[in-house]
Write a protein of this length. Sequence first.
Length: 330
Amino acid sequence: MILALETSCDETCAAVMTPAGELLSNVISSQLDHARFGGVVPEIAARHHLELINGVVDKALGDADIELDQVNTIAVTQGPGLVGALLIGLASAKAFAAPRRLPLVPVDHLYGHIASNFVDGPPQFPFICLIASGGHTLLLRVTAPTEFELLGSTLDDAAGEAFDKGARLLGFPYPGGAALSQCATQGDPASFNFPTASRVKGLDFSFAGLKTALLYKVRELGPNEAERRRNGLAAAYEEAIVETIALRVKRALAIYPNDSIAICGGVAANARLRERIKGMASVVSIPALELCTDNAAMIAAGSRYIEPLSYPDYLQLEVYSTSELRQRRI
Ligand code: KG4
Ligand code: ZN
């Protein structure tokens, strides 16, 4: 049995998975009190993880109907993320593993997002994989469970950041991506014409121009009119983010026409993006909604493909704030 922990940002997560990959439980405790600060406050996040982690692990074991003694492997997010938040997860993982002399598997958070597509068994290789989260937007070609080439990444904001900044401009509380998307269902995407960075050549993304375009449009309309036309603004803005992404996926498919597509990360929970991507290739892998935003099931799924560290080798392990996945450019 694998017990996996994920604490890279503001969600305290634990999951239990069988060695064969069957997901037995997936517990996510979200820290809602960051909204009033307009973003995640690292110190508060770390303190909450410390308070929540044992209860979340108990619930994951309970939901899986197993005892801690039945766990044979501990998996944990090592990075990237907020250092203080990651530290609580890694220290907890060591504390669960070391007294029992269990092996420990450190998992990269971005690799975990890719592995959210492996929960029901990996898709056929090779596939083009979009990671779109609050902190990262990467396009990769995954050729084997742990082998990938970086095809493109964002030149400025991440896709989730673009959603959240747009949401803030339209008056939604942090993180706002899901709320903006909900509002967009009531509006017409053709109400406004926002840019999709089509002049940025190749497979890199850019969202900064789009965010500025929304800012200017909201200013031009003025507060009352912007409020009155909020649904249309949200729909057109969401459409532009989805089309910015779709254009890069299309370009990647033109290079690798036989590849399938997978998407992952919080933005992969977006209904409009999910629909758009489904129409782009004959084989498309899209994780269940609860596996898109941060969770420990994806860390458990990723850990099955990584060599575990034995006791006491992992006691020296440290967290990291940026991922080397971002540098693996072809
Ligand atoms: O992967 P994730 O949970 O955390 C990071 O690793 O960053 O992604 C969080 C991001 C946030 O920016 C959030 O607004 C966005 O995913 N998000 C969405 C939706 N659900 C979450 N964006 C658009 N539509 C959604 N339904
Ligand atoms: Zn994430």
